[in-house]
Ligand binder design. Structure first.
Ligand SMILES: [Zn+2]
Length: 170
């Protein structure tokens, strides 16, 4: 069941009150590829549509609200959501009590329950090999955050680039 609806070329969450207004027929979107460039988005529904677009296995999950709520509860700004889900095309999946985030080639986790009000950021382990390349492993290490908030953790993910961090000009 899909949560995002298009009406008059504008995307809405399915619970949006503006869907009641007169206009063209509603269309349920099952493929939101590049929607950020193709469609406008209702102001009221913008956050939901942005997060929705990032959910990895959209066809097989029922708990859409858990995803929207995570970003709302931590007051993540619309700019960060836009950067993460439209520009970086990040994907999210709730795994073992964490929001798992795939961005560029890296996998990150932010535990959904904060410890003493502080967010943690976990990053996939990797082994450096020759030529500054690396092999990614399946477990995680903690990434120290200057400011322990979900918004700061997401900005760290957006800005992270292994090539830039580890390949210094000789
Ligand atoms: Zn709407």
């Amino acid at each position: 069941m899909y949560q995002i609806i298009m009406k008059n070329e504008i995307l809405h969450d399915k619970n949006c009150p503006y869907l009641e207004l007169q206009g063209d027929k509603e269309m349920v979107i099952d493929d939101l590829v590049d929607w950020g460039k193709r469609y406008r988005c209702c102001k009221r529904c913008r956050r939901i549509v942005l997060v929705h677009n990032g959910i990895k296995d959209i066809r097989n999950i029922k708990n859409h609200e858990d995803y929207y709520n995570f970003f709302d509860r931590h007051k993540v700004s619309i700019e960060v959501l836009q950067e993460l889900f439209v520009n970086k095309r990040a994907q999210i999946n709730i795994v073992d009590g964490s929001m798992e985030i795939y961005c560029n080639k890296d996998t990150w986790r932010i535990p959904i329950k904060l410890k003493n009000g502080q967010a943690e950021l976990l990053h996939n382990n990797y082994i450096r090999i020759f030529n500054g390349r690396r092999v990614i492993e399946s477990d995680f290490h903690e990434q120290k955050l200057f400011k322990k908030t979900v918004e700061r953790a997401l900005k760290y993910i957006i800005e992270y680039d292994y090539e830039i961090y580890h390949n210094y000009p000789s």
